[in-house]
Design a protein around this ligand. Structure first.
Ligand code: ATP
Length: 827
């Protein structure tokens, strides 16, 4: 139930402060003695050296719940809540009745004077360490509107105020200054110098997100070497009115998908890889700017959406890739319409926020009560937090409360909510270690969309750059115009003027030409990628064919070395070797297998050739694109010297428009391609599953023959498995039966009638004669075999096709009807 103390992340930037105490089941071992502190700050007893080891997989963990009390917004107000100075895991809450203030206990309570650093060190730093060790971790900020969630997660400096999509105002401004934060330095409250590198040091007011990023980079800086290389990527999304939006690449709503293992993923969400902390902070900033924030009566900078940041860290070692992911969630605040005085759109937003928080509350209740089934499906928020809450993740909840008496009701709700969450236990999974192959496969799967996304991001950057140019370089070209105007027309000979005009025309044409060329090259790149992807899937299909036939011949599948440069020769040899064993008697399935193998290997050889050719095309195209881009920039730089400001603006805006259209087009292509890739992948999965199913059928039939021939008594567990199997078949047909019987046929009667009996009356095991050479017998759990011991119909070797053998619905209805009228049951 507890995290194990030990050595941990030692970045030097976030030493555990001396004034932090954790509850005994919390993050680190600590005695309960306190050094005082009071004043609403945290008190301590943890030695500064007490760092944290990652927890062992499989251990039971309780979701860590902390409460942060924000300072009074107005000193004339009275407090209804207080952190206990000597017991930093408890607080006293006055509920306004005559009763004594009630004490609540949590893993940690951060008082009004607590600092961002304290919150980070206690609640998040240990998670960051776990993430670097391959675990998934999550931290989410919960609380009523205005209680300080965003302050904790982002800090006060990256607080944008932005109109919701569809309204007129469009620029983000910081809450405090009213200006747009434009750089990482500003986000971190660092005076910006031109060209200055963003320091690793975080500022006292920096929020948890920036601190986590800095910590991860500090660790990586210290540990990168021959044996360990790291890859960081992040995605940032918001859920606004139950719609998911990408904050790093804002656009239309994105679709939430679920795979067959119940994992959730957002289709088309940008996952940006980066190697620089400044870039990450820049991305965070960009994301925060794009977030939907509105002033409400309760909070001037109220977040109207839930924001989810995900930072993935891959540690690439020679033996495999350790992958950990940190989810950081800033939830929108729960609110009461009466108090917030919201109307119209704000009211509708509030309803969505409350509904998703209610769904989250229901999940927390169910999890805390130990329910076996938890309904995560009620909202997108709960679907996305499923992993964080259901135990595959280490999770910390930071509940936020306002201390003012007027917020008493909301504060109480939050405390109760947090108290329930305190009872959630989870079982940690093994750290995620992707084997080299698996990592490559994952990269391959992610490949098409990721590439399109980076292309769209590139185009949008280009648009941004051109727009900046329109704003900043106008004075220069204006000066050029002035010079032109000052120049008397009589000073210029008509030929000179004509030459100038012709030069200008030529320059403009060249610029347009270069841009056209860039588009063409980009398209060629995408086509190459798409073709390569198709080739990879084709290759995979051929590998499956080969492994299928080779395994039939009792050979292990001998996969070709990917780096084999000799091209087709070794494959040909292999075809020869593989088929040699069949050659004496190439009949029936042997010859079929041989020719299938031959054609699969030769297909593979041509696929491999084609892959090499397209890779080469890709590299050349990339190179050409880079050259073309450089040429475009040089030509653009010449423009201001030659043309007037208006002409330049017109041309630049035309180029912007072209880029924007291209970006939109690529986005659509990306979406289409992602869907196609997903369908192809599923096809392959189905194919693979079908093949495995057939193999299982073969195995079971053979085993069944052995059992029948040897008159072996069937072991109890095998019998149970057959029973389960029968039920499975029944379950699948039962559903379709229900559909057919939608005309109001009683459920129980149908169920009983459809369930095929597995054993005889006395539950004795089957007798060989009961099934041998016969149709499937209802008393036998096994498929029929003929007198030779062969399964009668291999397609039915896994059991009876339950549907056809069952009484028709009409017959059931008739039976049921007559049973009703005679007042007796068939049973
Ligand atoms: N620990 C703190 N120290 C100083 N000021 C704080 C603290 N917590 C919150 N505040 C201030 O309180 C105000 C409301 O905080 P914030 O916007 O973070 O609340 P919120 O819970 O995110 O609200 P919403 O759910 O409406 O978005 C802000 O002006 C913020 O700067």
């Amino acid at each position: 139930m507890s995290r194990t103390p030990g050595t941990g992340l030692q970045t030097g930037t976030n030493p555990r402060p001396n004034n932090v105490t954790l509850a005994s089941r919390g993050l680190a071992s600590s005695s309960n003695s306190n050094n005082g502190g009071g004043g609403g700050r945290l008190t301590t007893s943890v030695p500064p050296s007490a760092n944290i080891l990652p927890s062992a997989a499989g251990t039971e963990e309780r979701l860590m719940v902390t409460v942060r009390i924000r300072p009074l917004s107005d000193s004339s107000e009275t407090n209804c809540i207080q952190a206990l100075p000597n017991r930093s895991c408890s607080l006293l809450f006055d509920d306004g009745t005559r009763n004594k203030p009630k004490k609540y206990n949590y893993d940690c309570v951060f008082g009004e004077a607590s600092t961002q650093d304290e919150v980070y060190t206690v609640a998040v730093a240990p998670l960051v360490h776990d993430v670097l060790n391959g675990y998934n971790a999550a931290v989410f900020a919960y609380g009523a509107t205005g209680s300080g969630k965003t302050h904790t997660m982002l800090g006060p400096h990256v607080r944008p105020v932005r109109a919701t999509p569809g309204t007129n105002s469009s620029h983000a401004t910081t809450a405090q200054t009213g200006e747009t934060p434009t750089s990482p330095s500003e986000a971190m409250n660092i005076p910006e110098q031109s060209g200055a590198v963003v320091p690793s040091m975080v500022q006292p007011s920096s929020g948890l997100m920036i601190r986590a990023v800095a910590d991860i980079f500090d660790y990586i800086d210290q540990h990168t070497g021959e044996e360990a290389k790291f890859r960081i990527s992040l995605s940032y999304l918001e859920i606004y009115n139950e719609l998911i939006r990408d904050l790093l690449n804002p656009g239309g709503p994105l679709e939430l998908r679920e795979d067959n293992r119940g994992n959730q993923s957002v289709a088309g969400l940008s996952e940006v890889s980066t190697a620089s902390r400044a870039e990450v902070i820049q991305l965070l900033l960009k994301g925060n700017k794009a977030r939907t924030v509105e002033p409400t009566a309760a909070n001037q900078t109220s977040s109207r959406s839930h924001a989810l940041l995900s930072i993935t860290v891959q540690n690439l070692t020679p033996t495999g890739t350790k992958q950990g992911r940190l989810f950081m969630t800033d939830l929108a605040g729960s609110e009461r319409a009466r108090k917030t005085k919201n109307r119209g759109k704000r009211l509708q937003e509030g309803a969505h926020i409350n509904r998703s928080l209610l769904a989250l509350g229901n999940c927390i209740n169910a999890l805390a009560g130990g329910a076996r089934y938890v309904n995560f499906r009620d909202s997108k928020l709960t679907r996305l937090l499923k992993e964080a809450l259901s135990g595959r993740c280490k999770t910390v909840m930071i509940a936020h409360v306002s201390p003012e008496t007027r917020h008493r009701d909301e504060t109480k709700n939050t405390l109760v909510y947090a108290d329930r969450a305190n009872h959630i236990t989870t079982r940690l999974q093994e750290p995620t270690i992707l084997e080299v192959e698996e990592a490559a496969a994952a990269a391959r799967e992610a490949f098409p969309v990721a590439h399109y996304q980076s292309l769209v991001a590139e185009l949008r950057d280009e648009v941004g750059r051109l727009k900046m140019k329109m704003m900043t370089e106008r004075p220069r070209s204006g000066a050029a115009l002035q010079r032109q105007q000052q120049q008397k027309p009589e000073d210029q000979s008509p030929t000179e003027e004509q030459i100038k005009k012709a030069e200008l025309k030529f320059l403009r044409e060249q610029i347009v030409q270069t841009f056209k060329q860039q588009m063409k090259l980009r398209r060629r790149l995408l086509e190459a990628d798409s073709h390569l992807l198709g080739l990879e899937l084709d290759a995979e299909r051929q590998h499956m064919v080969i492994s299928h036939w080779q395994s039939r011949q009792g050979k292990l599948y001998d996969r070709l070395d990917e780096d084999d440069d000799e091209g087709m020769t070794p494959w040909r040899t292999r075809i020869g070797n593989t088929c040699k064993s069949f050659l004496p008697l190439p009949t029936g399935s042997d010859s079929e297998g041989c020719s299938a193998l031959r054609s699969a290997w030769s297909e593979l050889a041509s696929i491999e050739k084609e892959v090499k050719r397209y890779r080469q095309i890709r590299t050349t195209t990339e190179h050409e694109l880079e050259e073309c881009r450089k040429k475009g920039v040089t030509l653009e730089d010449e423009l201001p010297e030659r043309i007037s400001s208006d002409e330049e603006r017109e041309l630049l805006s035309l180029l912007c428009r072209v880029h924007e259209l291209e970006a939109d087009k690529v986005s659509l292509q990306a979406e289409r391609m992602a869907r196609q890739a997903e369908l192809r992948r599923r096809d392959l999965q189905l194919l693979r599953a079908e093949r495995q199913r057939r193999l299982c059928e073969d195995i079971i039939s053979t085993q069944r023959r052995i059992i029948e021939e040897g008159k072996v008594e069937m072991p109890e567990d095998l019998r149970e498995l057959y029973a389960l199997y029968q039920q499975e078949i029944h379950a699948s047909t039962y559903n379709s039966g229900m559909n057919t019987a939608a005309g109001g046929f009683p459920r129980d009667a149908l169920y009983d009638a459809k369930l095929p009996p597995i054993f005889g009356q006395d539950r004795s095991i089957y007798s060989a004669s009961s099934s041998s050479g016969s149709e499937w017998s209802a008393t036998s759990p096994l498929p029929p075999v003929d007198s030779e011991g062969n399964v009668v119909n291999p397609d039915r070797a896994m059991g009876p096709p339950v549907g056809p053998r069952l009484p028709s619905i009409t017959r059931l209805r008739n039976n049921y009807g007559s049973a009703q009228s005679s007042g007796s049951s068939d049973e």
